[in-house]
Design a protein around this ligand. Structure first.
Ligand SMILES: C[S@@+](CC[C@H](N)C(=O)[O-])C[C@H]1O[C@@H](n2cnc3c(N)ncnc32)[C@H](O)[C@@H]1O
Length: 393
């Protein structure tokens, strides 16, 4: 086993890096990469108090608004500031991916791989009291954790969460009825009208849902008529509508005008660029790394999935909208190769310069306009970011 800094990397991982043309020295920053937090909007005046509580100086990240760095050994989870939802942990490179979307007031945003939800929280914090956010993830337990996060940070008012496969998810934003007060008067309540969301689901309904999940799990192929809605806020557009209205399908030609303004595809990947993730294998065991990261079959299936997620996210984008594709892998196969194939398959997709990136501590990817954060030079977790717009053709 070769020793790089204090993180021992097994031969197989070093071979994986070599095969992918990646420099192992990026992992030497493992011990010095700072931890990052984002201050929830409205808590700026509490900065000194938070510093006193954490007993450390919060260094403003000059290139990313609302972000602060702190030494990696500082624990934030037990602090009052964290418990009260004033700060949340999110890597600066992740924040950059969200920032690249140029979210503005009134936007309807789709986060296609949303859990556990750090980026979703940031998106919701930015949109504030306008527009809507739809979070999708295939892993129910991870999305449930995401729901807990939204509630903790009181950010869920304009959000809806669906357990669904992002490669086939088909719902467009509900542009009307975002304010339940304004629609109740015109809508006639039917039996299946969605009322305000509550975590206290009636016993009968809960039993029915568990049974449906058990039935689905017992079949080889999970067939669900609709994506499962596991949370919706008061102004998410859901309250006051019926099931039929919420699950209304639209054809591809309609999506060009009624699709999302912004789409984030923070795709499933092998996480090899995330130093924090790689460090976890010290405890999980390096054989787990072999299975989850190095296995060529895993890499092949993940790149197929990434292309499908990107393609479907783009399908749901309206003309003139913006899509950001990101992964925390540093391999070309999961990044530039996926982007190249996607551009080849989608004539209406155009790669965009990330205009807000002028002062970001990152490098260009192999394809101009794409960006790579590498832990050593960026002092962040590793991340690849590409941004697209949809042309009217
Ligand atoms: C890199 S993580 C997303 C992190 C998240 N954006 C955040 O900031 O916390 C990738 C996510 O993709 C989800 N995923 C995997 N396959 C998926 C699919 N087919 N459809 C939707 N989500 C999927 C995983 O469950 C995982 O939560």
């Amino acid at each position: 086993m070769e020793e790089i800094s204090k993180l021992p990397l097994p031969e197989a991982f070093l071979d994986f890096l070599k095969e992918n043309g990646l420099d192992p020295s990026v992992y030497s920053a493992a011990d010095s990469t700072p931890r990052y937090i984002r201050l929830k909007t409205g808590n700026e005046a509490d900065l000194e108090e938070i510093e006193a509580e954490l007993k450390c100086k919060l260094e403003k990240v000059v290139w990313l608004s609302g972000f602060y760095s702190l030494p990696p050994d500082i624990k934030i989870a037990t602090s009052m500031a964290y418990k009260q939802g004033k700060i949340y942990g999110i890597d600066a490179a992740s924040g950059a991916a969200v920032s690249a979307l140029n979210i503005s007031a009134g936007d309807h945003v789709l986060d296609l791989c949303a859990a556990p939800g750090a980026k979703l929280c940031m998106i919701l914090d930015i949109i504030g009291d306008s527009g809507s956010v739809t979070g999708v993830d295939v892993a129910r337990h991870r999305l449930a954790a995401c729901r807990t996060l939204l509630q903790k940070y009181a950010l869920g008012d304009r959000c809806r969460l669906f357990v669904a496969d992002g490669t086939t998810f088909s719902l467009v934003p509900l542009r009307l009825h975002l304010d339940p007060g304004s629609c109740n008067s015109v809508l006639q309540e039917k039996d299946d009208t969605f009322r305000e969301w509550t975590s206290r689901i009636p016993w009968k309904e809960r039993k029915r849902a568990v049974k449906a999940r058990e039935n689905a799990a017992s079949k080889a192929i999970v067939r669900s008529e609709h994506p499962e809605l596991i949370f919706y806020g008061r102004r998410s557009g859901i309250v006051g509508l019926t099931k039929e209205e919420i699950y209304q399908s639209v054809c591809n030609s309609e999506v060009s005008s009624s699709g999302y303004d912004k789409v984030l595809v923070d795709a499933e990947c092998t996480h090899d660029g995330s130093i924090k993730h790689i460090q976890k294998f010290e405890n999980w065991g390096w054989t787990t790394l072999q299975r989850r990261v190095l296995d060529p079959e895993r890499t092949d299936s993940v790149t197929n999935l990434q292309l499908k997620l990107l393609t479907n996210g783009f399908r749901l984008l309206k003309v003139g909208g913006l899509l950001v594709y990101s992964t925390c892998s540093l391999t070309a196969a999961q990044n530039e190769d996926v982007v190249e194939q996607f551009l080849k398959d989608n004539a209406s997709a155009e790669l965009q310069e990330i205009d807000v990136a002028k002062n970001w501590p990152c490098k260009s990817g192999r394809i101009p306009k794409t960006l790579r954060f590498d832990p050593l030079t960026s002092k962040t977790s590793g991340l690849f970011v590409a941004k697209f717009t949809k042309l009217a053709i």
